[in-house]
Design a protein around this ligand. Structure first.
Ligand SMILES: [Zn+2]
Length: 488
């Protein structure tokens, strides 16, 4: 199959995406519509994502735990806006052990309620605070329109849940996690993100404030990378999460939650990929280097494979994730295409001549053709490879940032705004009124992605940048600029 060309991104971006997920063996369709089977290559990528995040969560004082998959339905109903937001998406179990259950059980769509129930039992005094817990699990939301990784009935993620003594501490935690996710996005995923605040219409059901990171995909559309919610006292009041303060007065806690899911795999595909397939950032790639041995005779084969084995050990000993492609009956050209499609950052070619001269050919996935090829001595190969991987990591980020800047338009005039969201992001003054937001959505299919925390964000200024402080839709006074875009 690897010799069949993918649909190009320009022809049909969405078809390119669907073909690539299947052909690169990241995931497959499941017997239940809307569910996803994550294949070993996709799961290895997800494991590297989870490892990079988990390390950061622990460094900021969080511990992992596991809460049940089933939630009593009454729990979901305790927080008013939460139930309103999630009801249409709930999967409910009514039978167990062959009998109708007294109380139906909801399969968790998220765990604020069941964790809130536990926190109410565990927290008594200010000395018990803060509680900082994360869990890695899967959740179910009955989505009608699904796509592998981007939106599936069941998806994998982490959900952090914390409880604090004051509003300030809860807000600081919420913002800290925005910073943690941003660090992950920039330095591990090589995805430039825009951290910002969601509108009232777009925020999480039950949150006071929702922050998100927004990223631009290769077709100019936005994808929400992750979210961090300041829940105020909403869940603490619904679940009676209380503590005695230093003066012996009973207070409600302030809680937060934050999450990042397998959608991020979709983002990696759509931010970095090209017409040949995936391009994975070295820090997260399941294999950072693939060795393709090249030979004709049996004598050549023996020499090349022996040398290739030594190089594999040299790289593996240096902590580099390396794969040797020893598949029989496939030409080197076929293998090159196959690993290019699967996005391995560096290909190491080794033929009889290279063995004789003590060198190898390294080919960069992000720079096709001669430009990305180099002859490198075998001595000190590990440090040369490590240096190249760092370079690729940085160049992927920089390229994605250039693309976003070139497709972000500081539109002040509504006519220009409409053109901007056809191509990418519109970064425009917005009055904050949900009426304007709604009308923009109806007329352009673009949603308010976020109000960037950094209002000095750079885009391409339009000829008619509009009057500062004037809403792009209604012309009323606006205090902040927002990102509008069509989104996944
Ligand atoms: Zn307005």
């Amino acid at each position: 199959m690897a010799d069949l060309k993918l649909t190009t991104r320009a022809e049909d971006f969405s078809e390119w995406y669907n073909q690539l997920v299947l052909r690169a063996e990241l995931a497959d369709y499941a017997p239940v519509r809307g569910c996803m089977i994550v294949r070993p290559y996709g799961w290895a990528l997800w494991e590297n994502i989870t490892a990079a995040l988990d390390k950061r969560f622990k460094a900021t004082g969080h511990l992992n735990a596991a809460f049940p998959l089933f939630i009593p339905r009454s729990f979901i109903e305790k927080e008013k806006s939460h139930v309103a937001g999630f009801s249409p998406e709930l999967a409910v179990v009514t039978y167990g052990g062959g009998e109708e259950l007294e109380e139906p059980l909801v399969i968790r769509p998220t765990s604020e309620t069941i964790i809130g129930h536990s926190y109410a039992k565990w927290i008594q005094s200010y000395r018990d605070l803060p509680v900082l817990i994360n869990q890695w699990n899967s959740v179910v939301r009955w989505e009608l329109r699904t796509r592998l990784f981007l939106r599936t009935l069941e998806f994998f993620w982490q959900e952090g849940h914390t409880a604090h003594a004051t509003a300030e501490e809860a807000e600081a935690e919420t913002r800290q996690m925005v910073d943690v996710y941003t660090d992950f996005a920039l330095n591990e995923a090589a995805v430039p993100v825009i951290p910002g605040r969601k509108s009232e219409a777009e925020k999480f059901a039950g949150a006071e404030v929702t922050y998100s990171l927004e990223a631009m995909m290769g077709d100019g559309k936005a994808l929400q990378f992750c979210t961090s919610h300041d829940l105020g006292q909403n869940f603490a009041k619904a679940f009676e999460i209380k503590y005695l303060d230093k003066n012996g007065v009973l207070q409600h806690c302030w809680t937060t939650s934050w999450g990042l899911s397998t959608r991020v795999v979709g983002a990696l595909i759509m931010v970095h990929g090209d017409d040949q397939g995936l391009i994975l950032p070295p820090r997260l790639a399941p294999y950072q280097v693939v060795i393709v041995p090249i030979f004709k005779s049996d004598e050549e084969k023996a020499k090349v494979l022996e040398n290739a084995g030594q190089l594999r050990r040299q790289l593996a000993d240096a902590g580099i994730r390396v794969k040797m492609d020893e598949r029989e009956g496939l030409s080197p050209g076929f293998k090159f295409n196959d690993w290019e499609m699967r996005g391995v950052p560096l290909r190491l070619e080794l033929g009889p001549k290279d063995v004789a001269t003590g060198s190898v050919v390294l080919a960069r996935r992000d720079r096709p053709g001669k430009e990305g090829k180099a002859f490198v001595p075998q001595q000190g190969l590990d440090s040369a490879v490590a240096r190249l991987l760092e370079e690729i990591q940085k160049s992927l980020h920089d390229r994605a940032l250039e693309f976003r800047k070139a497709n972000t338009f500081e539109s002040g005039d509504y006519g220009e705004f409409k053109k901007a969201v056809e191509k990418g992001f519109a970064y425009s003054w917005w009055c904050g009124d949900s009426g304007c937001e709604e009308k923009i959505k109806d007329e352009t299919k673009a949603t308010m992605r976020c109000i960037p925390l950094d209002q000095t964000l750079q885009g391409t200024a339009s000829a008619q940048a509009g009057r500062p402080g004037t809403c792009v839709y209604c012309g009323q006074t606006a205090k902040e600029r927002a990102i509008f875009a069509r989104a996944y």
